[in-house]
Structure formats: structure tokens, C-alpha cells
Design a binder for this molecule. Structure first.
Ligand code: NCD
Ligand code: ZN
Length: 336
């Protein structure tokens, strides 16, 4: 008998679903094996009104008619007033802050972290219990961007101690250390950042399908991330940051940032957690911690994975996944 592992109600706490035909092709891949996902708002133009949120949510649900799947909606951060935030507070699960121009479709983000300018919005979010998700990178040297952003996390966390702040897709030992420093700081971690260092991206041949923001860092950073993820530290959650781009935008001069992992992320997580003999902690990492942190209660879904070789498809409707054409060690066996 081969080895199996069952996960209940997996949640992807950071996901890009895009829009239009891409949404229709991509959303079913996550809806098949996850109970829900925090859906990023960096569309063109971004999700920033009540109408945008409701219409995008309806388009997502229409794209996955046969699956139970909850899209947890987010709003693109601007310095909104309290009245507006009250009007949308029941429709969003979080608000996502991007520093301006730091990643794909973030041009309308925050250009300076002036607390006085942000105070009304952040205080209202704190009062309304709307978590703040942050893409934490400065515009400094690429390997230092996340570490440099730590002082901004400290400023935000100490000024708004009741605001839940989620450090999205952390990649450094500095961010891991920050978790235990402030009660109101949490983090998501991707599966690719539990596997890759910069060496895998550019150390040999340049691998466009492993290129993302934030870029994978050093071995000691990978170790720090593995430590908290494998231990299912109660303040960390799985967030794939699966970020599909058409093949021609990845295999191009001027490669778009984003690793596409949605259809294989649970399989890869099983492989990693099994390798370190920590499979028992995977449930907390892929669902239980997120349920506690966000106070969400997804409907029942049970996914059984099996340890057997699975060859990752070369593409999914024109989007090339991580490990395309390669064999991985686990496969999805059943979904109930
Ligand atoms: C994301 C995208 O493509 O939307 N890209 C990425 O490299 N992760 C944006 C983001 O989360 O930074
Ligand atoms: Zn992202």
C-alpha cells in the first residue's frame, strides 16, 4: 500500500486569480483542491470599490460552478476614509497594501509610508477588524528589499497594536524573527520559498518560471522559513502567491514576475513535510492557523494525497507551472 495523507479544508491565503479567460482557466485548479483562498486585488485596474469587489467575486464564483470554493476578497489599499471602509467591511476579508511599482500591477500603491496620511485608514481598519496584508519590499537592492522593509512593519505594528498585519510571502530570516516581536504580526509563506534559493533561479541557467517578487534568497533564509513552516508556528499560514502569467510573458526579454504553483502546491507541501517527518503539522500550516488568524470557518472539504510519482503537465491553458514536465513525489488521490 502506498502512503497517503489527508488534509481538511486547505486554504490558500495569498492567490492571484486574474480575470477574463485567464480567470476561467485558472480558478478551477485551486477550487478543485482548496476550500477557499484570499484573492489578490492587483487587477488592471485594481479592485478598489464596493462594486469592483462584488463583481469580481461573482466572476470568480461563475468560473468555478462545480466546486465548493470560497473566494475571500481583498481590496487594493489606498488611504480610504472611515465611512467607505464601513461600507465595504462585510464584503472584504482583508486589504492588500502594495508599495507603488514594487511588483506586477502595483503602480497605484503607496508611494510613501507617512503614518499621518495613513492614520485614518489604518485606525478604521483596526476598529473594523479588517486585517492589513502587506507586500513588504522597499525599492532597494533586490536581495535586501524585504529586510529593509522590517522597519516599516515595526512602525505599523507598534502604531496600530490592534491591527492584524500579515507579512505576505516572507522570504528572509529577518521576517521570521519579526513574527515573535509583535503580537499583531503574522505571515504567509509560499511553497516555492520553502524549496528555492536564488541559486535555483539564476545560479545555473536562468529559470524564468522560478522568478518572482520577492525573489528567493539565501540558504539561511530558506532554513528560517522551513523552521517556522514545518513547526506550523501558529502565526504562519500557507499562501501560494501562485501568480500565473501567459507563457510568452515569462519566456521573454523582460520576464514577468510570478511562479505558478496552484495545481501542485499541496502535492509539493506533502513532499516537503514528509521529507522532514513533519506531515502531522501540515494541517495547521495549510488551514488551521489561517482559520484562527482570520477567524474564518470554511465548509468541509477533504483532500487525500498519495505518495506516487506524478508528472507535472507542461502547461495549463498556456500557463507554465513550476516543475513543468518534471516528476514530483505526491499526487492528489481524491477530493470529497
Ligand atoms: C505577483 C503577480 O504576478 O501578480 N507576482 C509575483 O512575483 N509574486 C504579484 C506579487 O504578489 O508580488
Ligand atoms: Zn502575490
Amino acid at each position: 500500500m502506498s502512503k497517503t495523507h489527508t488534509l481538511l479544508m486547505p486554504l490558500d491565503m495569498h492567490l492571484h486569480l486574474r480575470d477574463g479567460v485567464m480567470l476561467e482557466n485558472i480558478a478551477p485548479l485551486t477550487a478543485y483542491s482548496f476550500s477557499g483562498a484570499i484573492v489578490m486585488p492587483n487587477l488592471v485596474p485594481p479592485v478598489e470599490t464596493l462594486k469592483d469587489i462584488q463583481a469580481y467575486k461573482a466572476r470568480i464564483i461563475a468560473a468555478v460552478p462545480n466546486d465548493y470554493f470560497e473566494p475571500y476578497m481583498t481590496l487594493f489599499y489606498k488611504n480610504y476614509d472611515k465611512k467607505f471602509l464601513e461600507s465595504i467591511s462585510q464584503e472584504v476579508t482583508a486589504i492588500k497594501l502594495y508599495p507603488a511599482g514594487i511588483t506586477t500591477n502595483s503602480e497605484g500603491g503607496v508611494s510613501s509610508f507617512n503614518i499621518e496620511e495613513m492614520r485614518e485608514t489604518l485606525q478604521a481598519m483596526s476598529d473594523l477588524e479588517i486585517p492589513l496584508c502587506v507586500h513588504g519590499e522597499t525599492d532597494g537592492f533586490v536581495m535586501d528589499r524585504e529586510a529593509e522593509f522590517m522597519s516599516i512593519y515595526e512602525l505599523l505594528a507598534s502604531t496600530f497594536p490592534n491591527l492584524k498585519i500579515i507579512m505576505e510571502h516572507i522570504t528572509t530570516k529577518e521576517a521570521v524573527t519579526m513574527l515573535d516581536k509583535y503580537e499583531n504580526l503574522y505571515a504567509t509563506i509560499t511553497v516555492h520559498h520553502l524549496i528555492l534559493t536564488l541559486d535555483d533561479v539564476v545560479g545555473g541557467m536562468m529559470m524564468p518560471h522560478l522568478f518572482c517578487k520577492p525573489i528567493a534568497k539565501r540558504p539561511e533564509d530558506l532554513d528560517a522559513l522551513l523552521n517556522v513552516a514545518l513547526a506550523a508556528h501558529p502565526k504562519v499560514m500557507f499562501g501560494s502567491d501562485s501568480a500565473p502569467h501567459p507563457q510568452h510573458k515569462k519566456e521573454a526579454c523582460g520576464c514577468a514576475a510570478g511562479v505558478f504553483t496552484a495545481p501542485i502546491s499541496l502535492q509539493l507541501l506533502c513532499e516537503i513535510f514528509e521529507q522532514y517527518d513533519k506531515l502531522d503539522n501540515l494541517q495547521a500550516f495549510v488551514s488551521d492557523n489561517a482559520q484562527s488568524i482570520y477567524g474564518i470557518c470554511p465548509e468541509f472539504k477533504e483532500i487525500t494525497l498519495e505518495k506516487r510519482p506524478f508528472v507535472v503537465p507542461k502547461d495549463y491553458s498556456g500557463v507554465v507551472p513550476m516543475y513543468a514536465g518534471e516528476e514530483i513525489a505526491w499526487a492528489i488521490e481524491s477530493v470529497d
